[in-house]
Design a protein around this ligand. Sequence first.
Ligand code: ZN
Ligand code: MN
Length: 468
Amino acid sequence: MSLDDWQLVVGLEVHAELATNTKIFCGCANSFGDEPNTNVCPVCLGLPGSLPVLNRSAVEFAARLGMALECTVQPSVFHRKNYFYPDMPKDYQVSQYDLPINADGTLELPDGSVVGIERAHLEEDTGKTTHMGGGGRIHDAAYSLVDYNRAGVPLVEIVSRPDIRTPEQAQAYATELRAILAATGVSDAKMEEGSMRVDANVSMHKPGEPYGTRCEIKNLNSVRSLGRAIRYEMERQVQLLESGERIVQETRHWDEDAGRTRPGRSKEQAEDYRYFQEPDLVPVAPDDEWLASIRAAMPMLPAARRTRLAAQTGGDVDVALVVERGLDDLVLEAIAAGGDPGRLLVHASNNLSAGAGELSARPFAELSKLEATGALTATQAKTVLAELVTAGGDPAAIAATRGFEAMGDDALAAAVDAAIAADPEAWEKFKAGDRKVTGFFVGLVMKTTKGKADGKAVTALLDARAQS
Ligand code: ZN
Ligand code: MN
């Protein structure tokens, strides 16, 4: 089997829960992790006689996302999508069908490739079933529990065009979309809590030939799983195709532990959802003024933030990570306060996590300056930074408390010479090119200088001594 003869085609469907305070058609709280079946009412339980009222914030969030994805934001209509599942008490899901709120957008990835967005429509989430006893799947369950807290939580379903050609590009798309959802405040987009869920339509074909039959992979709850599942599915499909078999169009579930997909529902007969217009809701037609105000309040998007940070720091590799962690504003403020751009970027990418705790821009700038002037070594700066994150304070004062005064060149040279003299045998090995003893000498110098020496400077001095 050779994957090289085959071309992968992937389209992604992403469901994101909107970060509204209440559900889409009732006043119940939209909140994750509450006691089951406490955020419910006649509307989201689908009781007879109850009527939906559309949540204005849900429409606003959906429109904001549509604008961020360069979609046409248009008048839209809700439909009933009829199917039976016990987590959906009405026996239909209110969704959008032929007139979605957002259509025809694009998403540009950090590598410059562009993935088309077919639509990003509004709909309601279902409840959550938990299958008890057995393997957690409905087939071998003794019984199932259902929690309707999630029923009626507003969703946008973002449907990409089948423009994705590699597993890595699919992962980049999910990562970028997650960043946009978070940056716009539209969703917290936590895949591990299910507020962003990814389904992948995967098919293989020979270049120049029509697209192959696709399978839809469900249950992808991390970017890593998305990549693994696509890679698995590529091999499975090519193996079948090369042995002359055909691909059955079906839904498949990703099993993270087993590292494979398993067949679910067959989709050979097109499902008949008997869509019809939701008679209890009027069409949504936001006026231009409101849409203009949503557009005017659009925050800077990740792509623009990456460009801005790269321009000010001269960095490239770390920029995406720093923006993803939301640390770019902190770095830019610290640069404005006179900090060293390169060192700030390195710390933000290597030594800080999202939020950065008690660290604020001015001390962060001061720290990078102490490091740039040689008053603190990289190791010492890292220690001071950790303390700034947990407790805040003044970097110079923290360094003084810890006894991190600058180590002069002469003192460092003396410490290195003392270490060499302490073990002539090891020194002969070093001179003969055995670099395994480098760590031994650096450790010795660190010990005698009580950690004040800069490891890199010690190594450089050792090399210089060995050469002379
Ligand atoms: Zn409700
Ligand atoms: Mn959907």
